[in-house]
Structures are given as structure tokens and as C-alpha cells.
Design a protein around this ligand. Structure first.
Ligand code: ATP
Ligand code: MG
Length: 168
């Protein structure tokens, strides 16, 4: 049984994440997905709750054909202990998939194999770019899986993001 770990904030979950997870699903038996900064929501860079992000990911991966676990992980603000914190919250895994330099460094120091998935259309497929499009009323629905559009509709996510991004 080979389990792979993938972590992000998924603010929101987008087609870049989906492509990476489809790739990972062909290499491992099970996937553990960590939702980072799980305690943060209702901020311009982190608008959605961990529960809302669980919903986006779970629905988007419904037909992945590879078992997966979605696990919210709160920040501990202590990088030296972070990998142990992650491991305490997740099923055991054999390797970590990440392109984030800090995440890669921390897992390597813990002697866990790290693989860096290729970036897919990083210019447009980035949480930062998508949040900015939402705020500015530019097209964004083609950049996330259709079920994510549905979740964002249900929670009135774009309106929330616009509201909390305003100055008083
Ligand atoms: P933000 O701009 O808010 O940081 P993001 O698009 O980088 O959002 P994260 O949740 O930070 O999304 O990313 C989780 C993981 O997904 C990271 O390892 C990141 O490198 C990776 N990732 C993000 N966008 C893509 C993409 N377009 N293709 C492949 N991997 C991606
Ligand atoms: Mg990022």
C-alpha cells in the first residue's frame, strides 16, 4: 500500500490542483490531502473555511478512482515541528508531493521522499489570480472544476470575498 501526501490551502481549489491530483492518483494506491491553514477563513487571502474547502475537494474528486482522505491541518507556527504535526493528523504516508520550497525543505529534513509535480498553466491557475478575478468581476469559472462553482454558489463565496476585501 503506497500512500501519497499533498498539501495546499485550496483558496479556492482549482484546475491546477485537480491536474496534480489526477497525476498522483496514477502513481499511488491512496492519497492523503491536507488542507493547510485550516483555522483561517474570512480573510482576503484565505476566504473559505476548512469545511467549505473539504466540500470543494471531496466533490471535485468524486470520480477520481483512487481512495483519498481530506484532512484539515491547523497552523502551528513552528516550522521545525510542522512535519510531526502533519503526521499526527494524517494516515501514514510514504511520499509527499509538493512544489512549495518550504514544504519541500521540511519534508526532506524529516527524510520523507518529496516529488515536485509539474505546474499547469501557472499564470492563470493560481489561487491568488482566481481570487483577484472574483473580486474584479473577471471570468474565473473556467479555472475551477464545475462542482467548485456549485459550492461557491451555495455559500455565496464571491460576495463574501468582495465584502471582506473592501476597506472601511
Ligand atoms: P495561492 O496563490 O493562494 O497560494 P495556489 O494556486 O498556490 O494558491 P495552494 O493552495 O497554495 O494554491 O497550492 C497547493 C499546492 O498546489 C502547492 O504545492 C502549489 O505549488 C500547487 N499548485 C498551485 N497551482 C498549481 C498549478 N497551476 N499547477 C500545479 N500545481 C499547482
Ligand atoms: Mg500557493
Amino acid at each position: 500500500m503506497r500512500r501519497g501526501f499533498y498539501i495546499g490551502r485550496f483558496q479556492p481549489y482549482h484546475n491546477g490542483h485537480q491536474s496534480v491530483l489526477e497525476h498522483i492518483s496514477r502513481e499511488v494506491d491512496e492519497i492523503v490531502i491536507g488542507i493547510g491553514s485550516a483555522q483561517i477563513s474570512h480573510l482576503p487571502d484565505n476566504p473559505f473555511t476548512a469545511g467549505e474547502r473539504v466540500l470543494m475537494i471531496t466533490r471535485a474528486l468524486a470520480s477520481l478512482g483512487c481512495p483519498f482522505y481530506v484532512i484539515p491541518i491547523e497552523d502551528i507556527l513552528r516550522n521545525a515541528l510542522w512535519v510531526a504535526h502533519v503526521q499526527a493528523m494524517t494516515p501514514p504516508f510514504d511520499l509527499c508531493y509538493s512544489s512549495n520550497p518550504l514544504v519541500m525543505q521540511l519534508f526532506k529534513e524529516a527524510e520523507i521522499t518529496v516529488q515536485s509535480p509539474a505546474m499547469y498553466e501557472r499564470e492563470t491557475l493560481s489561487g491568488t489570480a482566481i481570487r483577484s478575478r472574483m473580486i474584479n468581476g473577471e471570468p474565473w469559472k473556467n479555472l475551477v472544476p464545475p462542482v467548485v462553482v456549485q459550492v461557491l454558489d451555495e455559500i455565496d463565496g464571491v460576495e463574501r470575498l468582495r465584502q471582506i476585501s473592501q476597506k472601511d
